[in-house]
Design a protein around this ligand. Structure first.
Ligand SMILES: Cc1cc2nc3c(=O)[nH]c(=O)nc-3n(C[C@H](O)[C@H](O)[C@H](O)COP(=O)(O)OP(=O)(O)OC[C@H]3O[C@@H](n4cnc5c(N)ncnc54)[C@H](O)[C@@H]3O)c2cc1C
Length: 359
């Protein structure tokens, strides 16, 4: 029997892992990427944290990230990109924050998270570059960091080596769900092609493609994040328990040691109109590096940096995932979407295949 044909639209981390999942199950894969290379969207321009804790801890995003985190070790070793495993530290200062930390750690333990309270000595050992007065921290096991563009390219090479046919510089114009005995159709400059299942993971463009297919995706907004790289000795992902900068500016950013030995500071969080915005200035990098003085005690000098833009669901704090007649749509995959991508990809493939035959 001929193997099923799966199309993937958009090769960010979600599309790439959907392609990998389909290849692992023995399907033929064809992928469409609008850009001339991989990593154009958020997947090539993010902070690279494989998350454990994600406020508010109990919603779908938080649960997906926690479960998907563990899948990254095997993906990294198969594709051959660096994954640095390290603890997280949520640092506190003063008696009021100590009480808050004790309460938070207790609740997180009840929810099953691997956390414990540690004193300032552990913080100093793990982050010797810090000059901040810190009284202790909640230590969280199981974080990871990757260099996002390195991970995306390595997975791209892996799926190509497994036989995926990748069409670069090929923007999909429309995806038509299955109908009247025909499978779903992908319309692109290559013509109309029919498949058994289609996964649409086109970042900001998913909403347009879903509307064309007769669905009603939520309203989405775009938020740019600037990230600065500095040379510091820190071996834990560290963030303040109580942000001393406005939370809208940092949205949970922190001090993030990368597999390269550099430390990433950020990301920030600013509304933008362009979903593919990656612009920044030297001033943006310096301002971002200065946001974490409560963890570092000083503003480090950034030697490099970059920016990327997230697509957020403006109607609820959730990803957009919907399947109809052989097509699964994934949009508004904002943070922690990189972490959650292996499970989002698996869901999308299964949902698309389950509806492949049409009504
Ligand atoms: C500043 C920032 C920091 C972040 N930090 C983290 C973090 O530390 N940890 C974490 O887990 N998550 C993080 N995220 C979130 C994470 O990056 C995203 O959730 C994830 O990368 C989304 O992947 P995606 O595949 O859905 O989208 P994208 O990476 O945007 O991929 C979509 C792809 O589709 C292509 N495309 C678009 N339209 C079409 C079309 N019509 N036809 C064909 N191709 C098309 C695009 O060119 C693109 O390559 C961060 C995001 C940002 C912006």
């Amino acid at each position: 029997m001929a193997s099923k044909r799966v199309a993937v639209v958009g090769l960010g981390i979600v599309g790439l892992l959907a392609a990998l999942e389909a290849l692992d199950r023995g399907y033929k894969v064809e992928a469409y990427e609008a850009y001339e290379a991989l990593g154009r969207g958020a997947s090539g321009h993010n902070a690279g944290v494989i998350h454990v804790l994600q406020p508010p801890f109990i919603n779908r995003k938080a649960r997906l990230a926690r479960r998907a985190n563990r899948l990254f070790d095997s993906i990294a070793s198969r594709a051959g990109f660096r994954l640095r495993r390290l603890p997280g530290l949520i640092v506190y200062r003063g008696n009021r924050e100590r009480l808050l930390a004790m309460g938070a750690a207790g609740v997180l333990r009840i929810l099953g998270y691997p956390v414990r309270l540690v004193g300032q000595g552990v913080f100093r050992d793990l982050c010797p570059s810090s000059e901040a007065r810190v009284d202790g921290a909640i230590l969280v096991e199981g974080y990871g960091t990757v260099v996002p563009w390195e991970a995306v390219r390595a997975i791209g090479d892996l799926v190509a080596s497994m036989g995926a046919e990748i069409h670069y510089s090929t923007e999909v114009e429309e995806v038509r769900p299955a109908r009247g005995g025909r499978g779903p159709i992908v319309r692109s400059p290559l013509g109309d092609r029919e498949y058994d299942a289609v996964v649409v993971a086109a970042g900001a463009d998913t909403a347009r493609l879903a509307r064309q297919a007769g669905l009603r995706p939520p309203r989405m907004g775009y938020y740019k994040g600037v990230m600065a790289l500095a040379r510091l000795d820190c071996r834990a992902v560290a963030a303040p328990l109580v942000s001393r900068t406005r939370s809208r500016e940092t949205k949970g950013g922190g001090v993030i040691p990368w597999p390269t030995g550099e430390v990433l500071l950020g990301p920030t969080f600013q509304a933008t109109r362009d979903p593919w915005d990656t612009s920044y200035t030297r001033g943006d990098l310096e301002a971002t590096a200065g946001l974490y003085t409560s963890v570092l005690g000083f503003a480090p000098e950034p030697h490099a940096g970059f920016a990327g833009t997230r697509v957020k669901n403006l109607e609820r704090d959730d990803f957009y995932t919907e399947a109809r007649r052989g097509v699964a749509f994934l949009g508004a995959i904002d943070s922690p979407g990189f972490t959650s991508s292996p499970l989002l990809a698996r869901w999308a493939l299964e949902a698309a295949l389950a509806g492949g035959g049409g009504p």
